[in-house]
Design a protein around this ligand. Structure first.
Ligand code: ATP
Ligand code: MG
Length: 387
């Protein structure tokens, strides 16, 4: 599997990891990993707790010595260099500001340590960048969590690193502030144009912020790409389930000869464009058909005749519904699979769509994707945690 970012070129690559791995005794936290991060990009490492995100970041920073492999920054092999000799800065979840120094001096710290006397302009610019100009003389404890977090970013950026490493920097913030800071960090990154590598276990955060997301699972990168590509065309069940929600239906391949595969799940025939398949389908073999909940339309069984031609259709019965505001989320049991998830936008709500109702679920075959059936169907879900 290739793990090279799509826009990678040797001249435009800021961070290149080659066969880098980390073992602690008999345990391998990061399996040999190749990764290229283009200069100026916002790159996210996404994965569940313990999958090796921090370990990977620490190897880039030089805080951890890799067991195998090399780290190159801006073309230079830095594998043997200590952290302070590398053109990187790290922002951690705990902002670790100096409590006795005010915001201005916290931000000025890196410059003063290097013996730079006239710091006023640079500190001022940096405080403006993170929109904390009015707070220069406050102490860290007089700021909110989000403001402290911005000070930590300013304090790192003032050193003009080639690469800024961020390890769950928003982890301590409540949801609303977190969403706000995601946009704020993205704005800062666009403004300064420095390469950001952001570690998070929050898939929404990774998709909102990053140009490229690497999805990690148990010390390996499962898939790497632009957020929309990962979401629309996951290559593994782990990615399909970890990034949003997917319905995965086990189906038998009846005909694999044309551009559109003909499949059967229980009593139902399904179509799937071959181009939407990440595995080589064979007649008689099995496939997993994936379809996102928002791409399915629910029609009451009485109106089944109104479903347009050419759509995949599956019969089922609603077992649960929850009104979320922008959408209503349904669970539907069907002969092809139990607990299918369907999200309907709340535009014109059909009051008949309630638990117990018989329905037709239908979707455009081109909106589904095909995966190798030899994988765990629950990988990346709460139920399949650790697979
Ligand atoms: N010094 C160490 N000695 C032994 N095992 C370690 C050490 N550091 C990390 N590990 C193990 O390596 C694995 C990866 O850890 P890492 O901190 O990289 O995970 P992570 O993806 O950052 O998780 P989280 O989201 O919880 O921060 C974990 O199973 C962890 O227990
Ligand atoms: Mg971590």
């Amino acid at each position: 599997m290739t793990t090279t970012a799509p826009t990678d070129s040797s001249s435009g690559t800021d961070v290149r990891l080659t066969a880098i791995s980390k073992s602690y005794g008999a345990f391998t936290a990061v399996h040999p990993l190749d990764l290229s991060v283009p200069a100026g990009s916002f790159f996210a490492l996404l994965g569940a707790s313990g999958c090796g995100k921090t370990t990977t970041l620490r190897m880039i920073a030089g805080l951890e010595q890799p067991t195998t492999g090399t780290v190159r920054l801006a073309g230079q092999d830095v594998t043997g260099l200590p952290p302070h000799k590398r053109p990187v800065n790290t922002v951690f979840q705990s902002y670790a500001l100096f409590p006795h120094l005010d915001i201005y001096e916290n931000v000025a710290f890196g410059l003063r340590r290097r013996g730079i006397k006239s710091v006023k302009k640079q500190v001022g610019d940096m405080l403006d960048l993170v929109q904390l100009g009015d707070f220069a003389r406050r102490k860290p404890h007089q700021l909110s969590g989000g403001q402290q977090q911005r000070v930590a970013v300013a304090r790192a950026l003032i050193n003009h690193p080639r690469v800024l490493l961020l390890d769950e920097p928003l982890g301590a913030l409540d949801l609303k502030l977190r969403r706000q800071m995601q946009l704020e960090l993205k704005r800062i990154q666009t403004e300064v144009g420095i390469t950001f590598i952001h570690v998070t276990h929050d898939q929404e955060e990774a998709m909102t912020m990053a140009d490229t997301v690497a999805v990690m699972n148990a010390g390996r990168v499962e898939q790497l790409g632009a957020p929309a590509d990962l979401y629309e065309t996951p290559r593994t069940t782990f990615v399909a389930n970890f990034l949003g929600t997917s319905n995965l239906i086990t189906a038998e391949v009846l005909d694999a000869s044309g551009d559109t595969l003909v499949l059967r799940a229980a009593d139902t025939k399904l179509a799937l464009p071959r181009a939407r398949c990440t595995t080589a389908p064979q007649a008689g073999g099995k496939l997993l058909v994936g379809i996102r909940p928002e791409k399915i339309t629910l029609t009451h069984a009485e109106d089944a005749g109104t479903v347009p031609e050419g759509r995949n259709r599956v019969h089922g019965r609603i077992t649960a519904s929850s009104f979320i505001g922008v959408s209503t989320q349904y669970l539907v049991d069907s002969p092809v699979a139990t607990g299918l998830s369907v999200y309907e936008q709340n535009i014109e709500r059909d009051s008949r769509l309630a638990p117990g109702a018989d329905v037709v679920l239908h979707w455009n075959p081109g909106h589904s994707f095909g995966l190798d059936a030899a994988q765990s169907i629950e990988a990346g879900t709460d139920a399949g945690e650790g697979t």
